[in-house]
Design a protein around this ligand. Sequence first.
Ligand SMILES: NC(=O)c1ccc[n+]([C@@H]2O[C@H](COP(=O)([O-])OP(=O)(O)OC[C@H]3O[C@@H](n4cnc5c(N)ncnc54)[C@H](OP(=O)(O)O)[C@@H]3O)[C@@H](O)[C@H]2O)c1
Length: 363
Amino acid sequence: MLFCFRGCEFPMSKMEKVVLVTGANSGIGLALCERVLLHSSRIRLCLACRNMRRAEAARAGLLVAHPGADISILRLDVSSVKSVLEAAKEIKKRYQRLDYLYLNAGIMPNPQISFKAFFNGLFSRKAISMFATGEGLLTQQDCVTSDGLQEVFVTNLFGHFLLIRELEPMLCQPGRTSQLIWTSSSNARRSAFSLEDYQHSQGVEPYSSSKYASDLLSVALNRHYNKQGLYSTVICPGLVMTNLTYGILPSFFWTLILPIMWLIRIFTNTFTLTPYNGAEALYWVFIQKPEALDPRAKYHSLTSGFGNSYTEPKKMDIDEEMAEAFYVELLRLENQVLRNITQEKRNSSIRLQKAQRNQDFIA
Ligand SMILES: NC(=O)c1ccc[n+]([C@@H]2O[C@H](COP(=O)([O-])OP(=O)(O)OC[C@H]3O[C@@H](n4cnc5c(N)ncnc54)[C@H](OP(=O)(O)O)[C@@H]3O)[C@@H](O)[C@H]2O)c1
């Protein structure tokens, strides 16, 4: 099929926008895929997931409602440097352009809830904001990955940063804009983040720290890349019932308090609750001109008491200098991990050569 543009004819496939979503096999990521496909059948959608079985199941589910849609899956474990580099290579091979990169995959491992804070807060004026932001309520236990990085930091932020850097030539193409969209959180708090310990190895709120880090990074990315046509936006999905939230409290507890939460929704708009509503701001950004978005705002998915979804921007608590200093630290860390990978490759090739020589000698 050919498409006519100012007298020239291009194959239709070249005009189709490419949308890649990390963590697309469940929750908010999957709901976003559904919404994007409902909006347009003329997109190429890539589900970038760590588990191929779950990715295939998500793809099959989307194809039931959208037969014939161009949906592919890609192996990507954002917590592994090697996996990110391999995925980036594969993306460059598969596509000639990348219009939307949704940086959505995220974890909150071993969350511990302070029941004392929970019950104190439940009957206080802070109840709604406590539920909406998790402030004072949640701590997590982080661990170190085989790359020597804090798992929450690398999954929620650094793996995505590496991916952006590897895909830079695709994302910054002359005469075209591309968008980075981060699924941040209202749990992103400045007080949980420190430039001296940006991986949050010393603290107990790695999730909050990593989400604040994504807010900072987005501001810095806009500063460095807008001139090259690349725009970054952060969104907050509100409080959504997904695998992530079911990891915080046992499911029977959520079932117990769900009626209360639906009631609270009459007084607050941040309880989006369903993945469809949570994906509102991610979808809204999809249909905006990136140049028109405020680089210092976080776009929130909100749902009214009557269940209507909408998006609203709120200024972020960001210091430009801190954002810049953090960006420099990330570039430094990128350099270091890439050097480590090169060294590892060299060592394994030396080991292989040695083994080969020994075998030849024995033979
Ligand atoms: N739910 C909320 O109330 C809420 C609020 C604020 C922000 N968020 C953010 O929303 C985003 C989506 O979360 P969700 O609520 O939809 O939870 P979810 O259903 O658990 O989705 C998380 C997705 O991330 C993927 N993922 C986790 N670690 C990964 C890794 N190392 N590599 C690749 N993919 C990985 C998961 O894959 P698997 O299925 O393989 O685990 C899953 O597809 C997260 O960034 C989260 O922080 C959620």
